[in-house]
Design a binder for this molecule. Structure first.
Ligand SMILES: [Zn+2]
Length: 217
């Protein structure tokens, strides 16, 4: 294998491994949720549609050109491919995308309420996690709503009455954002049950984001 093949194989293997983690970490159930990696300017790898995560092998993971043509992989691409493509098209900084139906965050999605920063780890996502307008799953329209909600810099949005979409420079980091969003949603839910959680100001979240960025350099 040349180096391009090796990196493509590793990306498809990461999709298999993190797909299994989605179930282990209670971020989704059954075959729900999906993950993708930007391979180069013109290709992404995305989890296959309808295959249980425990059974996905790297050779099953479809490689798709940005025009939507499947160029490799035994499986059909996730039905949410249009949403993933829309994110890579609009956000050149994004290298990985994760979509989950994680229960606490999706609770807020069903209420149509953003998740505010009542815990500092929300800084991984932005200053709050916004909510899109409702669109039917697996449509181009849902992708358009998602990229609009993400804007130029947010790493997470709720998809109204549906779930969560997270992004980062790599798939592993987008997966971490998905975990942080679910954790922050749970804490905010629990704190709201007992009392009135304090929300951190945007300036503090920006300060934390500066510190988080410097860890990665
Ligand atoms: Zn979904």
């Amino acid at each position: 294998m040349d180096s391009q093949d090796t990196s493509q194989y590793e990306a498809r293997q990461t999709i298999c491994e993190l797909g299994r983690s989605l179930l282990d970490d209670d971020l989704t159930t059954g075959t729900g949720g999906n993950l993708s990696v930007r391979l180069d300017d013109d290709h992404i790898a995305i989890s296959p549609s309808g295959v249980p995560y425990g059974e996905i092998e790297p050779s099953d993971v479809p490689v798709v050109r940005t025009d939507g043509t499947v160029v490799a992989g035994d499986g059909d691409p996730s039905t949410e491919l249009p949403m993933h493509r829309a994110v890579y098209d609009r956000r050149p900084d994004v290298g990985g995308v994760v979509h989950t139906h994680s229960p606490y965050a999706t609770t807020f999605a069903s209420l149509g309420e953003p998740i505010p920063a009542s815990h500092y780890l929300l800084a991984f996502a932005g200053t709050e996690v916004p909510v899109t307008e409702y669109e039917t799953h697996a449509t181009e329209e849902l992708g358009e709503e998602a990229v609009e909600a993400l804007g130029d810099s947010a790493n997470a949005t709720l998809l109204r009455n549906h779930g969560v979409l997270t992004t980062e420079s790599s798939l592993a980091d987008a997966y971490s954002v998905a975990q942080m969003v679910e954790y922050c949603a749970r804490i905010h839910y629990q704190a709201s049950v007992i009392g009135d959680p304090e929300i951190l100001p945007d300036e503090e979240l920006h300060r934390i984001q500066g510190k988080l960025d410097s860890y990665g350099t």
